[in-house]
Design a protein around this ligand. Sequence first.
Ligand SMILES: *Cc1c(COP(=O)(O)O)cnc(C)c1O
Length: 226
Amino acid sequence: MSVETQLDYFRNELPSAVKLVAVSKFKPLQAVLDAYGAGQRDFGESRPKEMMEKALSSPSDISWHFIGHLQTNKVRMVVPYVAMIESVDSLRLLKEIDRFSESVGKVTDCLLEVHISTEGTKQGFLPGEIREAVEESVKFKNIRIRGLMGMASNVDDEMQVRGEFRALRSLFDEIRAISSSSDSQQLRFRLSAFDTLSMGMSGDWRIAVEEGSTIVRIGTAIFGVR
Ligand SMILES: *Cc1c(COP(=O)(O)O)cnc(C)c1O
């Protein structure tokens, strides 16, 4: 099926409040341009150099979402081109994004990645670390913390996947509650754009949307297998 057909399918199926990020990683530039021609504007990439090269040779009204593990020494390849870094997994990385964003005169939208799956290989903060990480993150003036991102376990057990998404959603709600009730005016102000919950991929997006996702990141189901 064509990229255009698949994009149409998702546009019809997703609630209008849920943003579709088309994950074009490892796919050629032409795949991005085809999707762009079909009206898609948000794309996800997981490697700094690949994202930078695609960004430099495609229309400038594309919003690039960085979704892979980002090393601090690659931050400078990503920040100038990115609309949102969805995969911030340490305060050290956040600090570097802040420092480099300041040097290029930009405020960078970021999500904190939370490790919600039972799979040991996946990156991210532990759920128990998130509250403190959010409180630390609001100190960075060139970062705007927009929310949380997570990946469920890659298993067939729907109850498990749903449970993991639900846990992420309740963490998200908890932080939203803090941000509206905190005594710290700075914290309330800095978290006023905390509105994004990125969860759901090709295999589990329906469950994620039922559990309150506001961004789904879909690769294979749009572009075919990598
Ligand atoms: C690759 C990737 C996706 C897309 O996965 P598909 O199963 O191809 O839809 C989504 N999120 C992250 C973080 C990824 O690395």
